[in-house]
Design a protein around this ligand. Structure first.
Ligand code: BLA
Length: 721
């Protein structure tokens, strides 16, 4: 065996991937090779060329048709005439022996490879029939694993290898034997894992260019190309597409450590990427004739196409399902003022759009968790991610280090949708302790191998079980795609809201200028009267108190408003509250503040619910204030409190001017009253109902308005108890 690295630095643990396997300068000796330039002049031939083919041709000779025989001469002529990439083959007798002559072009060089057809090969009709059967069978399968296992069975019948495996690459490029058909006396490799470095990157890349690799006898002595440098270019010959290419000696060593004498593999390419391999082993030397290899390749192609279809179907079904939920979630958020609360709403939320064991949303210092309390975990993750550039992050092995109780959540996916306000959506997955059956201990060792003191592939392939901790189920492509899309949607929504906030702010400033002027004027007037020694001090005091509390109310509404508009919502602290008493107190206070304002009460006794009492009071006050301003002159306001199994209902009714449906719907939008109410609400900004609806929403409840034909308008707040 030749060391393919003779002209290069020796292969070590570090440079395994640097071995230039495409330019070994030699071929396997079960065939012979000729490289010709565009004029049909021999650039190089394998040392064994004449011995194998009986044709006397050397570098520098013109490839005379009379020497090559008619069939090969025609093949060569076709190859030389080809303008683009070309390959073809013929079956021909050279002397008294049957050959497959396989031609291809690369970099303007025409390569002819002569493979001796062994004796005792069954009729090719049989192989064609096998291939046909495999293809018709695989088309019926709708499950990738079943498909691969029936194909490995059939391929073993087709090719006669002792072991045929379907080897599937995982995300980390390690591989797993997912289907196997083997000679009965051989131990099974099914389910075993092999590290990525067993098939280094350049070897994987080569599979995309050239789907087949056959090693006829791992103990071979390679046959050199003479010369091994192209005299026209001064560069070695690129044998990437050759069928006889001499393979990596390290890999041969690996196979013989496994007890394997001959191997063959065919790539399974899905979506342009190397998805897996059919890998065959034989315990004695074995050459698979070119036509059978081609049947194998066709089967593998069909199989790849079906795997691609099945995977694409699965992927698109999953994506479709998750996307539908995502679209609904975004709609829900769009219709709500409170981004955080609506992303974490009870029914439809971030945890329902992809599979996870918990989720959290953070925005402007607010946090809400789903399926557990993730406040601390989320804060920690975000503190790490906030400093980074990227807006999307995922891992299946987050190391929580000093937070042992959180360490179980090692799957983290995070998307940032708001940079300034640190808006993040996070999903968590629990640790999945699992076992991997490695085909031998995955460490590489440096030892004295047949090719000297250097890295040797491991000598033992005894299955070795590794218990993997600190890992979750990895996030899949469709998880990532849904998360990415949600991020974009939310970022857009925030941008849109920012624009709205800007417009709102301008209107607010204009309104403020007007509304704050009145109480300010009263105060300064009262103050100047006081300083002039006015006698009715108590009335003036009252005046000042009234005006400054109005200002306070305006200012607190503005603050509330800007928080709501920033999307950070209203924060509530629910505690068990006696609503009957609370509403009663509010009504009494209102009566004191507005003598003559008639309120008819109908309160069900002992309505108890989990609410934030301050917020609830604020909401009730806003509703009463709205009723007071818009009721028809002289008509009373009715307040009803009742409950059913799950909800408390607060109703505020008053007789009012008939409103259109559109006006009714607009009542909860800020500033609407400013726009179309003739009689301006002179004490507020017209955002009382807007805030009331945000409070109801923050409690997980709702607010509704209705008007009967008789003009009776009814606001109903329903909160879960
Ligand atoms: C190539 N390694 C390969 C190939 C396979 C494997 C299938 C393709 C060639 C072939 O079909 O034989 C790996 N074979 C496996 C595995 C199983 C199997 C995992 O049967 C499991 C049952 N390999 C090493 C180390 C190096 C290495 C340490 O273990 C490098 C220092 C290299 N493997 C290596 C190289 C090739 C290879 C360079 C390409 C061989 C070539 O095409 O020249």
């Amino acid at each position: 065996m030749l060391s393919t690295t003779a002209a290069h630095e020796p292969v070590t643990l570090e440079n395994c991937e640097n071995e230039p396997i495409h330019i070994p300068g030699a071929i396997q000796p079960h065939g012979a090779l000729l490289a010709l330039d565009g004029a049909g002049v021999v650039l190089a031939g394998s040392e064994n060329f004449t011995a194998i083919t009986g044709i006397a041709l050397r570098a520098g000779d013109n490839a005379d048709p009379s020497l090559l025989g008619e069939a090969v001469a025609e093949l060569l002529e076709e190859g030389l005439a080809a303008t683009g990439p070309w390959n073809n083959s013929v079956e021909t007798m050279l002397g008294d022996r049957l050959f497959d002559v396989i031609g291809h072009t690369q970099d303007g060089i025409c390569y002819l490879e002569f493979e001796l057809r062994g004796s005792g090969i069954a009729s090719f009709t049989k192989f064609a029939l096998y291939a046909q059967r495999i293809i018709s069978q695989v088309q019926l399968r709708d499950d990738v694993d079943l498909l691969l296992s029936s194909v490995t069975d059939e391929i073993r019948k087709l090719t006669g290898y002792d072991r045929v495996m379907a080897y599937r690459f995982r995300q980390d490029l390690s591989g797993e034997v997912v289907a196997e058909s083997r000679r009965e006396d051989l131990e099974s490799f099914l389910g075993q894992r092999y590290p990525a470095s067993d098939i280094p990157a350049q070897a994987r890349r080569l599979y995309i260019q050239n789907p087949i690799r056959m090693i006829a006898d791992v103990g071979y002595r390679g046959s050199r190309l003479v010369p091994d440098i192209n005299p026209h270019t001064g560069r070695p010959f690129d044998l990437s597409l050759s069928t006889l290419r001499s393979v990596s000696p390290i890999h041969c060593e690996y196979l013989s450590n496994m007890g394997v004498q001959a191997s063959m593999s065919v790539s399974i390419v899905v979506g342009g990427k190397l998805w897996g391999l059919f890998a065959c082993h034989h315990m004695s030397p074995k050459t698979l004739p070119h036509p059978v290899r081609m049947s194998f390749q066709v089967c593998s192609h069909v199989c790849s196409a079906i795997v691609e279809r099945l995977e694409a179907n699965r992927h698109s079904e999953e994506l479709h399902r998750n996307n539908e939920r995502r679209v609904a979630l975004v709609r829900q958020v769009r219709e709500s003022e409170d981004i955080v609360a609506s992303l974490a709403a009870p029914e439809l939320n971030i945890a329902s759009i992809l599979s996870c064991d918990g989720a959290a949303v953070m925005l402007a210092g607010r946090q809400q968790s789903l399926q557990g309390d993730f406040a601390r975990l989320a804060a920690r993750v975000v503190s790490v991610l906030d400093g980074r550039e990227e807006d999307i992050f995922q891992t299946d092995k987050w190391d929580h280090g000093e937070l042992p109780e959180d360490a179980r959540y090692c799957g983290v996916m995070a998307v940032r949708f708001h940079r300034q306000e640190s808006g993040w959506i996070l999903w968590f997955r629990l640790e999945q302790v699992h076992k991997i059956r490695w085909g031998g201990k995955p460490e590489k060792t440096v030892a004295l191998g047949p090719s000297g003191a250097r890295l040797t592939p491991r000598g033992s392939f005894d299955a070795w079980e590794e218990v993997v901790r600190g890992r979750s189920t990895p996030w899949g492509e469709s998880d990532l795609s849904v998360a990415e899309k949600l991020r974009t949607d939310m970022a857009e929504l925030c941008l849109l809201r920012a624009g709205e906030v800007d417009r709102m702010r301008q209107r607010l400033i204009a309104t403020l200028g007007h509304d704050l002027r009145t109480p300010l004027q009263s105060i300064s007037m009262a103050a100047s009267m006081l300083s002039e020694g006015h006698s009715r001090t108590s009335t003036l005091q009252e005046h000042i108190n009234y005006s400054s509390s109005r200002m306070e109310r305006l200012i607190s509404q503005i603050l509330e408003m800007s928080r709501l508009q920033a999307g950070s919502g209203i924060h509530v602290n629910p505690v068990e509250t006696d609503l009957t008493t609370l509403v009663q107190e509010i009504v009494v206070e209102t009566n004191i503040a507005y003598p003559g304002f008639q309120i008819d009460l109908s309160l069900q006794p002992a309505v108890i619910a989990n609410v934030d009492p301050d917020r609830y009071a604020q909401m009730a006050v806003n509703l009463l204030s709205n009723a007071r301003h818009h009721k028809l002159h002289g008509s009373p306001v009715q307040v009803i409190l009742e409950q059913d199994a799950n909800h408390s209902h607060l109703r505020v009714l008053n007789q009012a001017a008939q409103l259109s449906r559109e006006q009714l719907e607009g009542l909860f939008e800020p500033f609407r009253q400013v726009n179309h109410s003739a009689e301006r609400n002179r004490t507020g900004l017209g955002i009382g109902l807007y805030i009331a609806s945000a409070i109801a929403e923050a409690h997980g409840g709702s607010i509704a308005v209705d008007q009967t034909g008789a003009g009776l308008i009814c606001f109903t707040v329903s909160l879960p108890r």
